[in-house]
Design a protein around this ligand. Sequence first.
Ligand code: ATP
Length: 199
Amino acid sequence: MVLKIGLTGGIGSGKTTVANIFKVLGIPVFDADSVAKDIMNSDETLRMQIIKTFGEETYEGHAVNRKYLASIVFNDPFKLEQLNAIVHPATIAAGETWMRRQHTPYAVKEAALLFESGSAAGLDYVIGVFAPQALRIKRVMERDGISRQDVLARISRQIDEDIKRSLCDFEVTNDEQQLLIPQVEVLHEKFTQMHKERI
Ligand code: ATP
């Protein structure tokens, strides 16, 4: 059976960059954040639940109005929790179905809120990507064209880095000092070996 590996890290840590290295090594990656966005548009039950909770204005036809929804939930922690309670279980279920279909020695599930959403349950191991906060802020400001304050607001919605570190089994340091690819290659060898020993 495929070894189930979680991949997480704070905003701008470089999760997607690390995920892309795994893909180059032939490892399939489930991108929970983009699946969560997609199923809000494609899953009829989810659409009905979101409309019931946040109003008709949250959809334009079958497409979620992301700007409008963000303006509601990012100004009210309770509403954000309500939205997460609708979207996270559906995303977790999609991830589990996806994992069962993989035939590589291991497969990776990438999620920014892996621990916060409860989607770390059922995984064999979790990798955390860590980078100094100043670097993360700079990367996200450049990538998304947003203010320092907006990045800090997003960081404040994620669990503390030290707590995250203590929950991870493996760590990748993406501080632009240590090389990234060799760190991922070491993990690739380790998981491939673990899979061999398990079967
Ligand atoms: P988010 O949680 O916001 O999706 P992320 O953790 O997936 O972020 P990435 O998108 O991988 O982070 O990286 C953030 C930005 O920093 C990207 O523009 C990426 O190209 C850049 N970046 C990441 N790692 C490095 C690196 N080692 N050297 C240079 N740029 C990097």
